[in-house]
Design a protein around this ligand. Structure first.
Ligand code: ADP
Ligand code: ADP
Ligand code: SF4
Length: 591
């Protein structure tokens, strides 16, 4: 059996532990060089000599070591390895002319590594990290496949690539000036006007890049990528910070590329968007940070369903113990629970914005999701409930205590995650915190990392975890799914449900991932109107009614997948789309 040993160097601190791994390794005790000390003073683990006993993994106080037995069937040569005791990638995606191919898998499984290889930034070394990668070897390796031709052209600069990175908030650091200048400069397809309209960018054109919100930057980055005249488009997480309508508009502009026979590879964790955007998907599996495998190409429906079911048939690989289950809950199913607060109709006016809220109540142990576009008053609503802002008319029966996670999270804290938790998380160090918060949010894995160096997903987990540790009646979480993979979204959903049931509290979650919303909602609120002008909020009502209201406003219909029950977007003007619009059932038809 082949085995890989991973050392996370940023966690490993031999000065503090004095090489516990070496001290306890039975191989070393038998005087073999199973673990030696490298030039950088960090241990090097020999994958040939290691017996896989796992003693060093358990002994390392910084959780820096991982020893993994690779699945038997994975006998193939890896495509790339960054260095000794680092991540290993197996397999590459298929290139399908004129199609959108999605990569679906957890964070840390090698998706960006693949994008780096396909864009020519990394030359694959096939596991031989001692030598620099070499294009001739790459071309030879992929002989007879589409990729051979691809790498041939790539190495000769005959392929034009356009790339949208994940972290669009970095954009103002690299590009200066006005939005219109940026977009005009890249408009090689002569589609600027159309794309600007579709992505609702008219109001940003005269503004400077440094002065825009995350959602605006996201749409500008998408526009700047797809306006280029490229052969291949690599798009990393296009939906973060976008509302549902904007997500589906993004789908349209990306799909438009396939009409011109261009190729797209996309990484996306919002399953409804991925579903609507892609023709095919590659499910990726393995172990985060250790190894990643690209499974065979599947049609988008079959691929996403396999992912949801947690089992890859042809490969005979289980990727999750259980399927993700979507329940279709009738409204009567909701158990009545105690009221946390009630309010009358209320109204709030700012200079340029006005909010009307219908009377409603918030109950214990229920997750309410709130949806609607950005700038429609969701945050204002939460502030009024908390008594931070006073309404102009109407009354809140009981002012409540709110813990709030904003949509944009600041990360300028100097210190480690552990320091941050000591200072900000309530109950940190207790067993309850460990089981109810640390575990589902996977905090132990990042304790030693510097907060200002965390990835988007790590920062999101930390911020949401700390918010949920506070004492509050209602937890208001603005887009807690951004930058999380599907598995993490699921864990977060379960953790929130558990915590609010445990404490008889409630959560109000603003999110735009329909599959997540469907999974987590007990009730839902719709915010509608005109962004930055006027907003109306319904009471918290049952999900189907809320969805129906929301989707009829944006003129999108969904249906249920027959096999997994997950929500799927209907194509505009398809038979079902027309039937559902006629019947006024925008979310799904009764069976
Ligand atoms: P994903 O995009 O699926 O989140 P990545 O391709 O970014 O995954 O990373 C996969 C693994 O490779 C991660 O564990 C990451 O730490 C590791 N990795 C990425 N770049 C390097 C590098 N230059 N050196 C060593 N390890 C790396
Ligand atoms: P959402 O949470 O749905 O994105 P918000 O409640 O944050 O929306 O904001 C709705 C509108 O109210 C925005 O146009 C915003 O600029 C405006 N607004 C929010 N707070 C204030 C304030 N304190 N003064 C003036 N305008 C405000
Ligand atoms: Fe040594 Fe391998 Fe056991 Fe670690 S897992 S203690 S390296 S034999």
């Amino acid at each position: 059996m082949s085995r890989i040993a991973i050392l996370e160097k940023d966690k490993c601190q031999p000065k503090k532990c004095n090489y516990t791994c070496i001290e306890y390794c039975p191989g070393v005790r038998m005087e073999e060089d199973t673990i030696i000390i490298g030039e950088d003073k960090k241990p090097i683990i020999s994958e040939e000599l290691c017996s896989g006993c796992g003693i060093c993994v358990n002994r390392c106080v910084f959780n820096a070591i991982n020893i993994i037995n690779l699945p038997e069937m994975l006998q193939e040569q890896p495509i790339h390895r960054y260095g000794q005791n680092t991540f290993e990638l197996f397999g590459m995606p298929t290139i399908e002319e004129g199609s959108v191919v999605g990569l679906l898998g957890p964070n840390g499984i090698g998706k960006s590594t693949i994008l780096n290889i396909l864009s020519g930034q990394t030359i694959p070394n096939f596991g031989n990290y001692q030598e620099e990668g070499n294009w001739d070897k790459v071309i030879e390796h992929f002989k007879g496949s589409q990729l051979q031709n691809y790498f041939k052209k790539l190495s000769n600069n005959q392929i034009k690539i356009a790339y949208k990175p994940q972290m669009v908030d970095q954009l103002p650091k690299v590009v200066k000036g006005k939005v219109s200048e940026l977009l005009e400069g890249v408009d090689e397809r002569n589609k600027m006007e159309e794309v600007v309209e579709k992505l609702e960018l008219q109001n940003t054109l005269n503004r400077k890049l440094g002065k825009l919100s995350g959602g605006e930057l996201q749409r500008i980055a998408i526009a700047a990528t797809i306006l280029r005249d490229a052969n291949f488009y690599y798009i990393d997480e296009p939906t973060s910070w976008l509302d549902v309508k904007q997500r589906l508009n993004t789908v349209e502009v990306i799909r438009d590329l396939t009409e011109e026979n261009r190729n797209v590879l996309v990484i996306e964790h919002d399953l409804a968007t991925l579903d609507a955007m892609s023709d095919y998907v590659h499910v990726m599996y393995g172990e985060e940070g250790a190894y990643g495998v690209v499974s065979k190409l599947r049609g988008v429906r079959v691929g996403i369903n396999a992912y949801i079911n947690g089992f890859l048939n042809e490969e005979n690989i289980r990727i999750r113990k259980q399927p993700i289950e979507f329940e279709i809950r009738p409204p009567s199913d909701l158990i009545e629970s105690e009221t946390i607060t009630k309010y009358t109709d209320f109204h709030k006016k700012y200079d340029n914005f006005e909010l009307e809220v219908e009377e409603g109540e918030i109950n214990q142990s229920q997750v309410i999701t709130a949806f609607g576009p950005n700038g429609i008053g969701k945050t204002t609503y939460a502030k009024i409930l908390a008594g931070v802002t006073k309404p102009d008319s109407g009354e809140i029966e009981e002012e409540i205590k709110i813990a709030y996670k904003p949509q944009y999270i600041l990360s300028d804290f100097e210190g480690t995650v552990q320091d941050f938790l000591y200072m900000n998380a309530k109950g940190y160090g207790t067993n309850v915190f460990k089981t109810d918060i640390s575990k589902p949010f996977d905090l132990d894995k990042i304790l030693e990392k510097q907060v200002n160096k965390l990835s988007g997903g790590e920062l999101q987990r930390l911020a949401t975890a700390v918010t949920l540790s506070q004492e509050a009646d209602v937890y208001v979480l603005d887009e807690p799914t951004a930058f999380l993979d599907v598995e993490q979204r699921l864990k977060v959903a379960k953790a929130i449900k558990h915590l609010i049931t445990r404490d008889d509290t409630s959560a109000l979650i603003i999110d735009h991932d329909i599959v997540f919303i469907d999974y987590i909602s007990d009730r839902a609120m719709v915010f509608y109107g005109e962004s930055a002008k006027s907003g109306h909020a319904t009471a918290p009502i049952n999900l189907r009614d809320a969805m129906n209201k929301f989707l009829s406003d944006v003129k999108i219909t969904f249906r249920r997948d027959k096999e997994t029950n997950r929500p799927r977007v209907n194509k505009q003007e398809s038979y079902l789309d027309r039937e559902q619009k006629e019947k006024g059932e925008y979310y799904y038809l009764e069976e």
